[in-house]
Design a binder for this molecule. Structure first.
Ligand code: NAP
Length: 249
């Protein structure tokens, strides 16, 4: 028996990177997947096909998860298409890095909206469904930067720290209905998001990581699988760093 057999998960921002790895890992465990990105591009179609090839039901949706009404419509459509819902992974995220001296209001607002408001929007949308059924698992993707801070990422760090506070509050409010809410906090993971970092800087970072390497999206996906599945039935409000032992995490 696969550990997510007969389950349905919504994964936000799964057209590439960590979200894609989560969707694939869950599908390998028998989970049907409703996922989203901002456009129906070739990446979305490729993920959809990869998931279908694993023998599960899968569909990509075009959604801006920072839009409250769009997030609600996404969940309603997924419920209509899939029939029920067990798991939500709030993964979609962006960066807009700048030193605080130079950070614009737009850079601040965009990152807070996409990274933090989206978690509120999506959680609000799934809450009545999970509440009615008296079960569910929500996994929020934060970052070690939300724990330790980082140069040029005040907006990103604030959004990711906000996700941790939100998760702990939601875990308290939802616990009585057996809805668990947890955080996975990745460190330095190789994806398109980190692709633009200069090689020299990457090497400096990697040398400071106790495991002496960057992580893979699959390693983050494994941690998400733990929280999404019945392997973690007594864990809620928890923060699991997946960062190779990076300092301060
Ligand atoms: P990525 O490769 O840039 O992928 C981001 C995903 O989010 C894409 O699928 C993108 O879809 C989607 N997305 C962005 N804005 C969206 C919006 N408004 N509505 C819906 N979807 C949206 O990023 P990643 O590296 O995989 O990161 C995934 C998550 O892990 C993020 O929350 C990130 O902050 C976190 N994280 C990453 C690292 C790292 O080292 N990579 C470390 C710690 C935490 P489209 O582009 O197709 O629209």
């Amino acid at each position: 028996m696969k550990i997510l057999e007969n389950k349905v998960a919504i994964v936000t921002g799964a057209t590439r990177g960590i979200g894609k790895a989560i969707a694939i890992r869950f599908a390998q465990e028998g989970c049907d997947i409703a996922f989203c990105g901002r456009s129906r591009n070739e990446k979305m179609i490729a993920v959809e096909q990869e998931l279908l090839a694993l023998g599960v039901k899968a569909k990509g949706y075009v959604v801006d998860v920072a839009d409250f009404t769009a997030a609600a419509a996404f969940v309603a459509e997924a419920m209509n298409d899939f029939g029920h819902l067990d798991i939500l992974v709030n993964n979609a995220g962006i960066t807009a890095d700048a030193a605080l001296k130079r950070m614009t209001e737009e850079q601040w607002d965009n990152v807070i909206q996409v990274n933090l408001k989206s978690v509120f929007c999506m959680t609000k949308a799934v809450q009545p469904i999970l509440w009615r059924q008296g079960s569910g698992s929500i996994v929020n993707i934060s970052s070690v930067v939300g724990i330790a801070g980082n140069y040029n990422q005040a907006n990103y760090a604030a959004s990711k720290a906000g996700i941790i506070g939100f998760t702990k509050a939601a875990a308290k409010e939802f616990g009585a209905r057996n809805i668990r809410v947890n955080v996975v906090a990745p460190g330095f993971i190789v994806t398109e998001m980190t692709g633009e970092i200069p090689e020299q800087l990457k090497e400096i970072w990697q040398s400071r990581i106790p495991l002496h390497r960057s992580g893979t999206p699959q390693e983050v996906a494994n941690a998400c699988l733990f929280f999404a599945s019945d392997m973690s039935t007594y864990s809620t409000g928890a923060v699991l760093p997946v960062c190779g032992g990076m300092e301060d995490a």
